[in-house]
Design a protein around this ligand. Sequence first.
Ligand code: ADP
Length: 261
Amino acid sequence: KLNEKVDIDGNDEIGQLSRAYNFMSTKLSHIEKQRQDFVANVSHELKTPLSSMKLLAESLIMQPSTDTAIYHEFLEDIDSEIDRLNEIIESLLNMVDLDEEKLNLNYKLTYVNYLIEKIVNNIRPLAEKKNIKIIITQWEKIQIYLDQGKIYQALINIIHNAVKYTDEGGKITINIEREGRFAVIKVTDTGYGIPQESLPYIFDRFYRVDSARSRKTGGSGLGLSISNQIVGLHQGTIEVESQIKKGSTFIIKLPMDINQL
Ligand code: ADP
């Protein structure tokens, strides 16, 4: 049994050994608990869109004479549930990749500002659908060593969130500047904001402030944990400042001397 404890005390070698054993056993059962939670969470996340699809398909089967408009609407709902499933599976695969690739980042000397310009260009059509403006306010040309694909993903998750969690007509501002030995990227939105009590958890796997809203916008609750892991692998940090109903700022700091690590 993983959480079995040895009950021997004392300052001799046996006592020390048993304390070390108890310590390891607690650690192991903690890891085991995390693994179980993870499997439970993944199953839940995968089951939710599946259940909706099942319901939608069943109601179509039960009413064979439904008019085409309703057919169409139900199929569109099924289609977006399939997209959601796909997004979750992709995030899961990314996560596994990251766990395995720990020491295998493909560093290339990169202009952070051009990378961000590329992301913004890719996400702009989505923002325009909600009439949200994305503006790059401050623009310092900064060149650093990073894994382009990974940092692209880390940043697009954050900028995509800014679009997802901001109402129609809002604004996203991006700021790129140097601060000591760091390249600092700030992404500010005029969105819903994050409650103070949720801030410590938003980087946790599967954590969502408002799961109903997040589900509607297609979130899996994995995006920020992936971003955080990628930035961490680059020896950087992500901080958040947020005010409910005012908006949030995500501050990503990447060390510029990473090639020396
Ligand atoms: P999701 O896939 O649900 O977006 P993330 O891991 O990317 O998951 O984010 C976790 C949660 O943090 C989101 O569900 C959302 O509640 C909150 N969040 C993230 N970014 C923002 C933001 N810019 N504004 C408000 N809430 C946010």
